[in-house]
Design a protein around this ligand. Sequence first.
Ligand code: FIX
Ligand code: ZN
Length: 415
Amino acid sequence: MSTEIASMAEAVRKAVGSTVITDIHTHLFPPSHGKLLLWGADEMLTYHYLVAELFTVAPPGLTCQKFWSLPKPKQADLVWEHVFLRHGALSEAARGVITTFNKLGLDVAGRDLDGIRKWFAAQKVEDYLARVFQTANIDSAVMTNNPFNPQEAAYLNRDLPCPDCLKPALRIDPLLVDFKSAVKTMKDAGCKVQLRPTQKTFDEVRRFLLGWSEKIKPLYFAASLGPEFAYPDDSLRTKVIDQAIMPAALEVGVPFAMMIGVRKAVNPDLGDGGDGVGVADVAAVMHLLQRYPAGKFMVTMLSRVNQHELCVLARKFGSLHVFGCWWFCNDPSIVEEMTRQRLELLGTAFTCQHSDARVLDQLIYKWAHTRKVVAEVLVGKYTDLVHAGWRPTKDEIWRDARALFGGSFAEFLAR
Ligand code: FIX
Ligand code: ZN
């Protein structure tokens, strides 16, 4: 029996370690979108997770204001000095940078940041992107394409080249969390919308969504929502969902992806790093599932507290696809807990992770770290099965590994 278990465990570690991954939520952009695509040592070191961490250990004279006034390499120097050299790269975001440098064959032990920078400076972004995808073994990564961001919209309207490994998603937060700014954007785009929520306005919002869907062919619509998100209620948000977003999503035939639980700008001085987390109400998702039986929903939640209830809901509705260990949950201790819980409640009918990579190079560490954790959880589950007499074949192990890393998502989209 122990030989059988050892051989199964080896097969699981190989399958999880080698399966191709589909990364279903990132903040990456095509190289043709210029500086929107972040990559290289200084971008990794100034990732907002690490900026927030810097200010947990920063010397008294270093204020956020002073930090943001510095050029990026100087900002990166401060993170490297205070988070890595003086306090040890023990956090997930810091260890991730080390993992990435290591897997790129850079001299991590030498700690020569300037030498590492020189290596990145010699990379050609198009070739480097392909190298990162190959190193992480990712077939495609879904972007976050936000037509309400003027810079992004300008690039999107130019139909610039985009490698096939980058897939579009239509990001629509302002429609739900800042309708006033959304109206301005849509008016500038020629939509006959007004702040007063008339049927004409909702029809125009739907036309805006259909127009962008025709242009970029998104895999899904996406929005991140606060812990206070409720549905239905008597808010404008519920009307926008019912009168515009869901009719458009159903007409285009794409899921509506909700990332729920972010408490925006709890410390605005930290910029993107200033967001926090709150426990949300899973019943809002339940009501949407009940209201839209023909709809498809992808949901990830930011609070660890919400995970079990969300899994139970996904057992009740095949139209709900649970994905990722989002942001503050993307730490090995929580990834292990969530993956174990999801396997126990959902089998392989979920997507175990998304990278949320904002910096291209992060794909390497976010997936290397996830593969390691998920492999051990799966070894445990298969061990229980082998002890009970079930003999998973190598093909079945590879099938199940792929399911967790994008296969179930593909099936969900195709259903
Ligand atoms: O709303 C989102 O897509 C979040 O993932 C981001 O806003 C967040 O800053 C992030 O990148 C978390 O990993
Ligand atoms: Zn994100």
